[in-house]
Design a protein around this ligand. Structure first.
Ligand code: DX5
Ligand code: ZN
Length: 219
């Protein structure tokens, strides 16, 4: 029996004027993780939050902080996010010169490692780092903003990643991020995803809807 699909709401769509209360509400509504989209305005055309905000948010929820670093160069910031309370740190191969060493450093910091494949990044990038990752994140939008449409041609990449993970024999989460709705969630899960990031679909209708919105994504 496959383990239930986990949901990681992205705080990108939260009310930034009360982020602490928002992540507490997400935990209460049944979120499995908090997906923290960190953007630097250089690697992606948007700026969100940094380590001090992650540190301030840490006491508001017990569930893991799944930190997605859309930051380049990414290496100088790994320790700060680890110390701020990240449980997992996911990085893009394009965000530094040595993805293998970056993942080693995240491991040495005692955190779960993730590699993120943008829509334009080939799935082969996984082949030389699969033994170092706890999570593979397949972007189904180009990173930077919530509310974009799901790029369905990425489903083939999800399947290819799932195949590689199965062959590795290692326990690696397969996460999908971008344009996830109850409809696209089903397609992502049938392609092999077991962890879904969603912003718009979780936050719509306000806190009273979070539990139902999360349940609808689990299917
Ligand atoms: C893009 C972000 C978004 C976000 C999810 O960089 O990572 O994918 O978290 O946004 P929605 O669920 O609104 O597409
Ligand atoms: Zn993300």
């Amino acid at each position: 029996m496959a383990s239930p699909v986990r949901i990681a709401p992205s705080i990108l769509s939260a009310d930034f004027s009360r982020l602490g209360a928002e992540i507490a509400a997400l935990e209460k509504a049944g979120a499995d993780m908090i997906h923290v989209d960190v953007m630097d305005g250089h690697f992606v055309p948007n700026i969100t939050i940094g380590p001090p905000i992650v540190k301030a948010l840490r006491p508001y929820a017990k569930i893991p902080f799944d930190v997605h670093l859309m930051v380049a160069p990414v290496d100088p910031y790994l320790e700060a996010f680890a110390e701020a309370g990240a449980d997992g740190i996911s990085v893009h191969p394009e965000a530094g010169p040595h993805i293998h060493r970056t993942l080693q450093v995240i491991r040495e910091l005692g955190k779960k490692t993730g590699v993120v494949l943008d829509p334009g990044t080939p799935v082969d990038y996984l082949d030389s780092v699969l033994d170092l990752v706890d999570l593979v994140l397949i972007m189904t939008v180009n990173p930077g903003f919530g509310g974009q449409s799901f790029i369905s041609s990425m489903l083939g990449k999800v399947e290819a990643a799932a195949e590689r993970i199965a062959k590795s024999g290692r326990k690696i989460a397969l996460e999908v991020d971008g344009g996830i709705t109850p409809q696209t969630a089903k397609r992502a899960v049938s392609a092999g995803a077991n962890l879904l990031v969603a912003g718009t679909a979780v936050f719509k209708g306000g806190q009273k809807n979070y539990a139902a919105n999360i349940a609808a994504l689990r299917g």
